[in-house]
Write a protein that binds this ligand. Sequence first.
Ligand code: NDP
Length: 385
Amino acid sequence: MTCRSISILGATGSIGASTLDLIRRQREQWRVVALTANGNAADLARLAREFGAELAVVADESALPALREALADSGIEAAGGADALVAAASLEADITVAAIVGCAGLAPTMAAIEQGRTVALANKEALVSAGDVMTAAVARHGTTLLPVDSEHNAIFQCLAGNDPAHVRSITLTASGGPFRDWSVQQLAAATPAQAVKHPNWDMGAKISVDSATMFNKGLELIEAHHLFPVGLDKLRIVVHPQSVVHSMVEYRDGSTLAQLGPSDMRVPIASCLAWPQRMDTPCDPLDLAALGELTFRAPDEDRFPATRLCRQAAEAGGAAPAVLNAANEIAVAAFLAGHLPFTRIAVMVEETLGCYAPGAPVSLGDVIAIDAEARSAARRLMELA
Ligand code: NDP
C-alpha cells in the first residue's frame, strides 16, 4: 500500500485518539502532516513527537509557548492562534479528519474542504451551522466528504451502489443516552457527572451531554439532511438502546439495509480512512447470540424535546440551525459548569430561537457572525433567567 498523508484537526480529543490509534497500527502507511488542539499543548506535543508530525498547532495562542518548549529540538514546527489553525487545515493532505468540537471547527473545516481533497467529518456542529454554505463549498471544490459520525457513516455505507431516488426513508438510531428511562423529575436534578457517563460510547464531554439531552440526535438529523438530501420528511429517529444497528435505509421495494457494528468509533473512522477499501481494526467482532436481543422504540419528545426543536430548525432552514447550535453550545457549557439545570438546556435553545432570527447565511463570514450573535443572545437570556 502506498503511503498516504493525513492531518487531524482536534487530535487530542476522543475522535483524535481513536484515529491515531488506527494510524499507530499501520504507522508505515501514513505520513502525518498537521495535528491540532485547543490548549492542551502537552498532549499535542507528545502526539506530534510520536507520529513525527510536520506541524503542531494550538488554537489558543496562550498555549503556544508551552507547545514550543515541549517541541524544542524535535524539528516539528509549532504554531498558535485561529489563523494558524486555518493554515494547518489548508495544508495539502490526502485526508483531513475534522474532529474539533463545536462551531469552533467551522473555519478550519471549511479551509480543509477548500483544498478539494478528502475530508472525514466528525465535527457535526460545523455542518449543522453552515449547512448549505458548506455543501456548496464541497460541490464547488470537488471535495470528497466522508461522514465519521457512526450513524451517517452507516447510512453512507447503506446507500453505496444505490440510487437515492429509490430511498423511502432513512432511520437514525439513538441509544437514548444515560437518562433514557428517567422521569422528568429525575431529569431536572441530573448532574454533569451523570450526563457525561454514556452507557455505550466513550466520547468527549460536549457530545455526551448532547446525547443525554437528545440534541445529539437532533443535530444528526440536520447533518443527515445535508449529507443525504432525500427530504426531511424521509428522515426518522428510533431509539435503540444497544447501539448495535447504527442506522438504516429503507428502499421503495420494502428492503431495509442496516449497518451493524460494535459501539467503537474506530469502526466508522476506519471506514473513512480506508474508503473505498476496507482496513483491519482491533475491535471485537459482533456476537449477536451473546447480545441476545436488539430492541427499538419511538423517541419521547415530551421528556426530550431536542429532536423536535432540531427538526423545526431544519424545516425553517436559513439561520435557524446555526442559532440552535450556538445556543445549545452555550447551554451545554453552562450545564457542565453547574450554572444551568439539565432540563433548562432545551428551554434555553427554544428561547434563543424565539428571540433571535437573522436572515439566511450565504457565506462563511455570515455563519460565523450569526453564531457569535446567537451566543450573545443565549448568554443574555441566561442572565435574565
Ligand atoms: P473532545 O472534546 O474529546 O475533543 C475536542 C477536540 O477539539 C480536542 O482536540 C480539543 O483540543 C479541540 N478543541 C476544543 N475546542 C477547540 C477550539 N475552540 N478550537 C480548536 N480546537 C478545539 O471531542 P470529541 O472528540 O468527542 O468530538 C469531536 C467532534 O466529533 C464533535 O463535533 C462531536 O460531536 C463529533 N463526534 C464525536 C464522537 C465521539 O465518539 N467522541 C462521535 C461522533 C461525532 P484540547 O484537547 O486542547 O481541548
